[in-house]
Design a protein around this ligand. Structure first.
Ligand SMILES: Nc1ncnc2c1ncn2[C@@H]1O[C@H](COP(=O)(O)OP(=O)(O)O)[C@@H](O)[C@H]1O
Ligand SMILES: [Mg+2]
Length: 367
């Protein structure tokens, strides 16, 4: 990161009278270097300067992709704030030039670090998030369509334009298709139990069409600011998809995905495996906030969790078939041995969940 990029951004924002001692680096993700700008009379700001190299590779300037990404964040922040006051930055803007790309938004606080959260704080934060996502998912999105969101030159739209029922049936067909790939593979797992479970689950799922909502595909703790009783969400990765499916994704991320991925270099520094009990409490709180005590909704959420494990197993299996891993996959998923081990973990979880009923899931997970 060159100082020049930072100075240039501050100039563009017409904040030249800000002294450099009021600008400090507060974080960094895979894509941005992040600075806080302290101001005397107005709210502090956050400047996110886009890295030119991400995942070890020089990133080409692709304007449409950048507009898509930042306009999606803007819309997500707006809708989120309508659902829960100030859960996301109320100001968000971005600047695009081939030589410099940056965003500016409100500073949302420092938050507690994950490992310092007590059991009850983790549960409370999870519950708050669950309650928020429930309202967020109920809202009709301003963006039409389904799937990945794209900027068409004038406005954002979902890439898929088919009718909801058709998309829903396709979604269900897809799971049966990946189930078939796994059961006809040479992998070792209890095919009969898993197949039975998934086929029944999908048969039931087909009848309960879910709602298309604006969902967030990146709910990792790096993008959540753990202010107790005032949690904030930043850096969303929105898409249009089914509500319960993505509530299940949150639970899946916190109970399984994050601990399971902590050996990959992208996630190693966060040591999520050492904090798995805190992540678990966040997920428990989330379920409590999202479903309250609706037994049927709980069952459906658990089914979605199982389907995410199935998808994860399939993606690991597919990745192993490839002769060489690209640098991004290597960083995010790890080497072939790590992928093999994680695949075994997925298959074990899938078998256990196919045997268990939801009651044991409750207990095993400390709900
Ligand atoms: N608006 C904000 N308020 C407070 N902290 C922030 C804000 N935006 C980013 N950060 C901090 O910077 C880190 C990286 O920011 P992020 O936007 O997630 O980067 P990336 O896009 O590379 O993932 C976050 O984990 C958080 O600690
Ligand atoms: Mg991030």
């Amino acid at each position: 990161m060159k100082d020049d990029d930072l100075k240039n951004a501050i100039e563009k924002l017409e904040l030249e009278n800000i002294k450099m001692e009021h600008v400090s680096k507060i974080g960094e993700g895979a894509w941005h270097n992040v600075y806080k700008i302290e101001r005397n009379l107005e709210k502090d700001l956050v400047l996110r300067i886009r890295k030119k190299i991400a995942y070890g590779q020089l990133q080409a300037y692709k304007e449409i992709d950048l507009i898509t990404e930042y306009e999606s964040s803007k819309v997500y922040y707006q809708q989120a704030n309508q659902c829960s006051f100030n859960i996301c930055p109320s100001v968000f803007d971005y600047f695009l030039e081939e030589s410099s790309v940056f965003t500016v938004e409100c500073f949302m606080g420092k938050g507690k670090i994950l490992q310092c959260l007590s059991d009850s704080e983790a549960f409370t934060i999870g519950k708050e998030l669950g309650e928020f996502f429930k309202v967020m998912h109920r809202k009709n999105p301003d963006i039409q369509g389904f799937g990945n969101i794209i900027w068409n030159g004038k406005y954002l739209e979902g890439k898929v334009k088919q009718e909801t029922n058709y998309i829903w049936q396709k979604d269900n067909d897809f799971y049966l298709c990946i189930l078939n790939s796994l059961t006809t593979s040479d992998l070792t797992f209890n095919r009969e139990i898993v197949e039975n479970k998934i086929v029944n689950l999908i048969e039931n799922r087909r009848k309960n069409v879910q709602k298309i909502s604006l969902v967030n595909q990146d709910v990792t703790p790096e993008n959540i600011i753990f202010n107790i009783d005032n949690v904030s969400l930043i850096d969303p990765f929105p898409r249009l998809d089914f509500d319960l499916k993505y509530a299940g994704y949150f639970v899946f991320s916190y109970k399984f995905l994050l601990p399971a991925y902590s050996n990959a270099s992208r996630y190693r520094k966060h040591a999520y495996n050492q904090n798995s009990s805190i992540l678990n409490r966040i997920a428990d709180g989330f379920m409590n906030g999202y479903i309250s005590d609706n037994e049927n909704l709980y069952k459906c959420l658990l089914d979605e969790y199982i389907l995410w494990i199935l998808l994860e197993a399939y993606e690991h299996y597919e990745t192993l078939i490839e002769s060489e891993l690209d640098p991004k996959t290597l960083q995010q998923m790890g080497d072939k041995d790590m992928i093999k081990n994680r695949l075994t973990l997925c298959l074990n979880e899938l078998e256990n969940l196919s045997l268990d009923n939801s009651f044991t899931f409750f207990n095993k997970r400390g709900f």
